[in-house]
Design a protein around this ligand. Structure first.
Ligand code: PLP
Length: 441
């Protein structure tokens, strides 16, 4: 609210009441009185923001009464009955927390729960990472993965202002985060429409011609929305260009373990870059791999060149966190910390994580088989070649619309589908619908 707004309105009211007899003010219809004294609105110039496309898809799905409707929009895991799944290991950890009378509701430190951030660093970098052994890392608990990207962006806006490159396509929020933090945001072409795979040539040539020291936002695994990741050999080529041009790499890691079912495999790109001596940021999310979507638990892990640098960076991350959220929330941090630091719970988590990844891989196979059996025009290998929560089907916006209008299938107009929305009861129906729209739209 603008300072002085009300004093100005009060002065106007005073002036008005001194000119008009009090009785006439009291007699006037209430609306006229309100109009006469209403201050200029602080919100006069606020336009309506466009709805978030994916949450809009979810709302349309909710509003559809058809019992056979399918939601392939939102990126949240569903079990084979189409229901949200609380991991049994998370239930165990919750119980331990509830029964622990030593826990209280005091503030966490600004950087978060240390047993959580320490474990988070090890999870992504690996126990024997040179960055850990040489004590040149920092970590700050964040409001899930989104908060980690935002915290990193805010830091870079202050200490490494440069051009930011995001992939085209990418997770819809990347652009807004970096532009809201004041960056010029450019794109690198990532998706090759004809091969339905990675456009490595474009990625490398864009990075090669980018201004020295640019910030490159890379998906550590399970690229959203395409589900296409570089191979290790392709990561090596990317690393070479990054080194040659002194770029800064910001990994976004929202799917560690969820992508392949193997925590180490999904961290291979980050670990390779650290071994190659790069400084970097990694935004970690525990939404998907722990199913802790609403608990908003994440971590910004930083690899620096020296212990002293890491200490300075850490102090600045705390300073920024203090003004953004003050202190991070406890519950999700306690759950993840318990699981990552307890060998028995950790093993259980790995098994449950793999079961989520395996169910998604199975859905890919069943969808692929059904389309091949239908002899649906086009090639569909990308469905099984892609990895993680999403598949970029290659369906065009008209086909997507027909899927919704005729078959009650809800998905992004880009043709991205969340594989987690498919299950043994609806995958055949979805394949039949895809076959129809490909042939008719
Ligand atoms: C690439 C990517 N980054 C970050 C996120 C952040 O998710 P959250 O803030 O829920 O952890 C997501 C979630 O969909 C994602 O796909």
């Amino acid at each position: 609210m603008a300072p002085g707004r009300y004093p100005a309105a009060a002065a106007r009211l005073l002036l008005l009441s001194s000119c008009l007899p009090l009785a006439s003010l009291l007699d006037s219809p209430r609306s006229a009185l309100r109009t006469a004294v209403a201050p200029t609105s602080a919100f006069e110039n606020v336009p309506l923001a466009p709805p978030d496309a994916i949450f809009h898809v979810a709302a349309s799905h909710r509003a559809d009464p058809d019992p056979s409707k399918i939601n392939l929009g939102i990126g949240a895991y569903r079990d084979d009955n189409g229901s949200p799944w609380v991991l049994p290991v998370v239930r165990r950890a919750e119980k331990l927390i509830l029964e622990d009378s030593s826990l209280d509701h005091e503030y966490l430190p600004i950087a978060g729960l240390k047993s959580f951030t320490d474990a988070s660093v090890k999870l992504i970098l690996g126990d024997s990472s040179p960055a850990i052994l040489e004590k040149r890392f920092a970590a700050n608990q964040t409001i899930s993965g989104t908060g980690a990207v935002r915290l990193g962006a805010e830091f870079l806006a202050r200490f490494h202002k440069s051009v930011v490159y995001i992939s085209n396509p990418t997770w819809a929020v990347h652009r807004n985060i970096f532009s809201d933090s004041g960056f010029e945001v450019r794109e690198y072409k990532y998706w090759n429409e004809s091969t339905r795979g990675l456009d490595l040539e474009s990625v490398l040539s864009t990075f090669q011609s980018a201004p020295e020291g640019s910030i490159l936002v890379l998906h550590a695994c399970a690229h959203n929305p395409t589900g296409v990741d570089p191979t290790l050999d392709q990561w090596k080529q990317i690393s070479d260009v990054v080194k040659a041009k002194n770029h800064f790499v910001f990994f976004d890691c929202a799917y560690q373990g969820f992508a392949s079912g193997d925590l180490d495999r999904d961290a291979q790109a980050v670990r390779y870059f650290v071994e190659e001596g790069h400084e970097l940021f990694v935004a970690q999310s525990y939404a998907k791999n722990f199913g802790l979507y609403g608990e908003r638990i994440g971590c910004l892990t930083v690899v620096a060149q020296s212990t002293e640098q890491a200490k300075n960076i850490s102090s600045q991350l705390e300073r920024i966190t203090r003004s953004l959220i003050s202190n991070p929330p406890t519950f999700g941090a306690r759950i993840v910390s318990l699981v990552l630091n307890n060998p028995e719970l950790y093993e259980q988590w790995k098994t449950e994580l793999k079961s989520m990844a395996d169910r998604i891989i199975l859905m890919r196979e069943q969808l692929y088989d059904a389309l091949v059996k239908h002899e649906t025009p086009g090639t569909w290998n990308h469905i099984v070649d892609q990895i993680g929560m999403f598949s970029f089907t290659g369906l065009n916006p008209t086909q997507c619309k027909l899927l919704t209008d005729k078959f009650h299938v809800y998905l992004a107009s880009s043709g991205r589908i969340s594989m987690a929305g498919l299950n043994s009861k609806n995958v055949q129906r979805f394949a039949d619908a895809v076959d129809y729209v490909v042939r008719n739209a």
